[in-house]
Design a protein around this ligand. Structure first.
Ligand code: NDP
Length: 449
C-alpha cells in the first residue's frame, strides 16, 4: 500500500469509527474491505465523487425491536432483536437470522456488511442484510423456542417480503426455527410466499440447502488447492464447530479423501488422528442434529475429547474454521503455520482476526475468506427463492451442480482480481474487489439515492 493509500484509509476509518463508536466487529469488517479496495477506489475518481465507500458502509436502515415471550413455567421474558437492511442495490435484502447471547448491533452490522459482497459474488440478484436476537435457544424447550419465534415474527413480518427482504438461518437458527417463523408469517399475512429460505423440503425448501454452506466451502477449498497444484486427498483437515456448516464441510472433506482430524463446540474439541470415518460422521450428525447433544458425550474408537481446547494446535495441512467470528487469533495462526498448514478456508464469517490474517498472508498460506468460501449457503438460498417463484423444485443433483458451478465462478472472480506476481492468489483482495465493484457500479448507475 502506498503512503497516499494508507493516508486515505486512515482518514476514512477515523470517520467511520467516529460515526459508529464501540462497534468493534463492524470496524474490523469494514477495515478489511476498505484496505483491499483502496488502491482500486483511488484510481476511480467517479466512484469517489459519488461517495460510494461512505454510502456503502451506512446501512439503508436498522430495525430494532423488543421480543416478549413466555417460558414454560409462565414467566415473562424480553429480548432485543434487530434486522439490519444494509444494501439492496443488487436485489431484495438477503441474509440470515442469528440467535445467540453474543448478538449485538455491531455483530449484525459486520455480518450484514459482509453479506453485501458475498451475495454480489454469487452472481445472483440479492442485496445484503442480517438480523437476529440475543435470545439463547440453548436449553430452551421446543415450545419456548416456538413462542419466541412467533413473537419475533409478529414484528418482523411488517418489514420483510419475497421482493423486499428474505431472511434465512444462521447460528442458533436451523430448520426448527425457520419453520416456526414461517408458520407465523403465513398466519399473519394469510398467504404463502417464499419469504424465508432454509424451509423444510415438504414446504418449499430446496434440496441441498442444509448441506450447501459446508459443501460449498470444500468445493471452493478444492478449487483453490487445485489452482495452486495441491491435491486435497490425503490431507489432514482441522475443522472447528459442529453445527450446520462444520458437519457438512466434514462430510464433503471425507468424500474427497481428506482426513477430518477435529471438530469442536464451545465446550471443547474431538481429536481423531486417523481421520473420522463416514460411519463416525453419521453418528455425530445424529447426535448434533437429532439429539441436540454435546461433543463431550461422543464416544468412538480413535476419537478423544479435549475439554476447553480449540482445534488449531492439532497438526494439519488444511484449517476450516466453521464456528464463529474471531475464533482463530494470531497465536493460533502462528501455531498452524509452524505445523505446516497450507490453506485456511473459512466456513464461518470473519473467523480470523486481523492479526491472524496478516500472519497467513506473510507466510504465503492460501486463505479463502468467508465471503467467498461460505457463499454456497446463500447461493442455494437464492436458488430456493427462484424455485419458489416458479413453483417448482429441482432434484438434489441439479442443485448440487448449480452450487458447484457458482463456487467455481466465485473462485474464478477471486483469481481475476487477486492474482499477484510471484505470490499465491490473494483471495482476500480478489473477493473484496470483485464483490465491491459490482455493487458500486449499480449504486452509481442509480444516481444519488
Ligand atoms: P450452528 O448454530 O449450526 O453451529 C455453530 C457451531 O459453532 C456450534 O458447534 C457452536 O458450538 C459453535 N460456536 C458458536 N459460537 C461459538 C463460540 N462463541 N465459541 C465456540 N464455539 C462456538 O451455526 P452454523 O453452522 O449455521 O454457523 C457457523 C458459522 O458459519 C457462523 O459464523 C455463520 O455466520 C456462518 N455461516 C453459516 C451459514 C449457514 O448456511 N448456516 C452460511 C454462511 C455462513 P455450541 O453448540 O457449543 O454453541
Amino acid at each position: 500500500m502506498t503512503s497516499e493509500e494508507k493516508r486515505e484509509l486512515d482518514i476514512f476509518m477515523k470517520g467511520l469509527r467516529k460515526r459508529n463508536p464501540h462497534e468493534t466487529e463492524f470496524h474490523q469488517a469494514v477495515r478489511e474491505v476498505a484496505t483491499s479496495i483502496m488502491p482500486w477506489y483511488l484510481q476511480h475518481e467517479e466512484y469517489r465523487r459519488a461517495q460510494i465507500l461512505e454510502r456503502i458502509t451506512e446501512p439503508d436502515r436498522i430495525i430494532t425491536f423488543r421480543v416478549t415471550w413466555e417460558t414454560d413455567s409462565g414467566e415473562i421474558r424480553a429480548n432485543r432483536a434487530w434486522r439490519v437492511q444494509f444494501n439492496h442495490a443488487l436485489g431484495p435484502y438477503k441474509g440470515g437470522l442469528r440467535f445467540h447471547p453474543s448478538v449485538t448491533q455491531s455483530v449484525l452490522k459486520f455480518l450484514g456488511f459482509e453479506q453485501i459482497f458475498k451475495n454480489s459474488l454469487t452472481g445472483l440478484p440479492m442485496g445484503g442484510a442480517k438480523g437476529g436476537s440475543n435470545f439463547n435457544p440453548k436449553g430452551k424447550s421446543d415450545r419456548e423456542v416456538m413462542r419466541f419465534c412467533q413473537s419475533m415474527m409478529t414484528e418482523l413480518h411488517r418489514h420483510i417480503g419475497e421482493d423486499i427482504d428474505v431472511p434465512a438461518g444462521d447460528i442458533g437458527v436451523g430448520g426448527r426455527e425457520v419453520s416456526y417463523l414461517f408458520g407465523q408469517y403465513m398466519r399473519l399475512e394469510n398467504r404463502w410466499s417464499g419469504v424465508l429460505t432454509g424451509k423444510g423440503l415438504s414446504f418449499g425448501g430446496s434440496a441441498v440447502r442444509k448441506e450447501a454452506t459446508g459443501w460449498g466451502c470444500v468445493y471452493f477449498c478444492d478449487d483453490m488447492l487445485k489452482h495452486h497444484k495441491i491435491d486435497i486427498a490425503g490431507k489432514r483437515a482441522a475443522v472447528s464447530g459442529s453445527g450446520n456448516v462444520a458437519l457438512y464441510a466434514a462430510q464433503k472433506l471425507i468424500d474427497k479423501g481428506a482426513k477430518v482430524v477435529t471438530l469442536s463446540d464451545s465446550g471443547g474439541m474431538i481429536h481423531c488422528p486417523e481421520g473420522l470415518t463416514l460411519d463416525q460422521w453419521e453418528e455425530l450428525r445424529i447426535l448434533k442434529e437429532q439429539d441436540r447433544g454435546r461433543l463431550s458425550s461422543f464416544e468412538s474408537s480413535g476419537v478423544n475429547y479435549h475439554s476447553g481446547k480449540n482445534p488449531w494446535g492439532v497438526p494439519c495441512e488444511i484449517a476450516i474454521p466453521c464456528a464463529t467470528q474471531n475464533e482463530l487469533d494470531e497465536d493460533d495462526a502462528k501455531t498452524l503455520i509452524a505445523n505446516g498448514v497450507l490453506a485456511v478456508a473459512e466456513g464461518a464469517n470473519m473467523p480470523t482476526t486481523a492479526e491472524a490474517m496478516h500472519q497467513l498472508e506473510e507466510n504465503d498460506v492460501l486463505h479463502a475468506p468467508g465471503k467467498a468460501s461460505n457463499a454456497g449457503g446463500v447461493a442455494v438460498s437464492g436458488l430456493e427463492q427462484s424455485q419458489n417463484a416458479m413453483r417448482i423444485s429441482w432434484a438434489p443433483e441439479e442443485v448440487n451442480q448449480r452450487l458447484q458451478k457458482i463456487m467455481k465462478d466465485i473462485h474464478q472472480r477471486c483469481v481475476e482480481f487477486g492474482e499477484m506476481p510471484g505470490k499465491p492468489v490473494s483471495y482476500v483482495n480478489g473477493s473484496n474487489i470483485a464483490g465491491f465493484k459490482k455493487v458500486a457500479e449499480a449504486m452509481r448507475a442509480y444516481g444519488a439515492v
